[in-house]
Design a protein around this ligand. Structure first.
Ligand code: GSH
Length: 222
């Protein structure tokens, strides 16, 4: 099976969940990076410059033997099934994983509501308000839904939910979002615990060393 991941040159959770699942499963894939100019064309016409279909004019996209698949959750499940990180015969566990992927989407969408403002100062103020209000509320709810033992979000091993939370929180707390403080998640001890566990997992460290840009800044967890 030939797999090509299409995304930006940035390790955002939407693509990382699927990519890391494949890496954990020892499954090879190609990486097609889209730059900002090509992305403007993708948004308009729904294809890469080489004609590759991008179904909903959005990224990430995964091309499987020539078939383009869109949507973060669908791609994550597909990759998870290939690598054994998403169950094929346990609908309850599958739904439990899904709920964390969808929560990651909700939190991402919340940040996006502040992101299209031309005025940087106005955007910063909106984000500061979000951190005190709805974002803090959502993080508190996410935190509550993570078990209070020392393990992963679900099950005995590192899973898709852990990866999604780790990269989402890494993005939120690394200092690149003006108006969002780097200590944002430190009070959410269970989220912080999971992020630290993912961050120090040997396979994740190998993946980061191998693929992340030189200017990658990790999140602030504890
Ligand atoms: N529902 C999509 C949303 C993906 C998404 O919003 N991707 C961003 C880049 S990270 C994008 O393509 N935005 C352009 C647009 O929505 O027009 C998913 O879950 O994958």
């Amino acid at each position: 099976m030939e797999l090509t991941f299409i995304y930006f040159d940035f390790p955002f959770w939407r693509a990382e969940v699927g990519k890391i699942a494949l890496f954990m499963g020892g499954i090879d894939f190609k990486n097609r990076i889209v730059g900002s100019e090509e992305f403007q064309r993708v948004k308009q016409i729904g294809q890469l410059d080489d004609g590759t279909l991008i179904p909903f004019h959005q990224l990430p996209c995964l091309v499987v033997d020539g078939v383009s698949i869109a949507q973060t959750g669908g791609i994550a499940r597909f990759c998870g099934k290939l690598s054994g990180m998403y169950p094929k015969n346990d609908d309850v566990l599958a739904a439990q994983i899904d709920q964390f992927l969808d929560m990651a989407t909700d939190i991402t969408d919340l940040i996006s509501t502040t992101g299209r403002d031309e005025d940087q100062e106005a955007k910063k103020i909106k984000r500061q308000e979000l951190c005190k209000g709805e974002l803090a509320r959502k993080l508190g709810i996410l935190n509550k839904n993570i078990g209070d033992d020392s393990g992963w979000v679900l099950g005995p091993d590192l899973g898709l939910a852990d990866i999604a939370i780790w990269r989402l929180m890494g993005w939120l707390s690394c200092g690149i979002l003006d108006g969002i403080p780097t200590d944002l998640i430190k009070e959410f001890l269970r989220i912080s615990r999971v992020c630290l566990a993912v961050d120090t997992h040997p396979k994740i460290q190998e993946w980061v060393a191998r693929t992340y840009p030189k200017d990658y800044v990790r999140g602030n967890y504890l």
